[in-house]
Design a protein around this ligand. Structure first.
Ligand code: ZN
Length: 161
């Protein structure tokens, strides 16, 4: 069965920077399940996975503009600590935190932390980076009507609710 719209696809992946530094992988855990064709992954990545089948391996390189965008200068904002999502024991430069914005919660990295405010770099932590995804397709199945309605995969490796 090929990967097309409305298939639930389970993948193992390894994400690294072009230079080779590994950022994350799920190869030792449960494959991630996503519903194809519903913008659950980066669009350029989904396009590259189209028509693959169970057992296929593919290395996909995405330029920054296809992944998390280019870095913007002047993206530094001073934000009250109470606007951060979740609790942090210590706030240190370089840490990635979630912050509430008028466009929802976003990832940002700390440049400087004070007592009440933090200076955040609002660029996505992966902005400006060329990324390499090494993908192994572990399974492809038809989505249920409910999954298509919800726009995401259910069950192991997918959404639970
Ligand atoms: Zn759902």
């Amino acid at each position: 069965m090929k990967i097309t719209k409305d298939k639930v696809v389970s993948i193992h992946y390894r994400l690294s920077e072009e230079a080779g530094k590994e950022l994350e992988n799920n190869r030792d855990g449960l494959p991630m399940a996503y519903l194809h064709g519903h913008n659950n992954l980066l669009e350029a990545l989904e396009t590259q996975l189209e028509d693959l089948e169970k057992g296929d391996l593919k290395s996909v390189t995405l330029q920054a503009h296809e992944a998390y965008g280019t870095r913007k200068e002047n993206a530094v904002q001073r934000v009250p600590i109470k606007h951060l999502v979740g609790k942090y024991k210590r706030l240190l430069p370089g840490m990635v935190v979630k912050v509430n914005t008028d466009r929802g919660a976003k990832n940002a990295s700390i440049i400087k932390a004070g007592k009440f405010n933090v200076d955040l770099d609002m660029n996505h932590p992966l902005a400006g980076k060329t990324l390499v995804f090494d993908i192994e397709v572990m399974d492809v199945r038809d989505a249920t009507d409910e999954e298509v309605q919800h726009g995401h995969a259910h069950g192991p490796g997918g959404h639970h609710h």
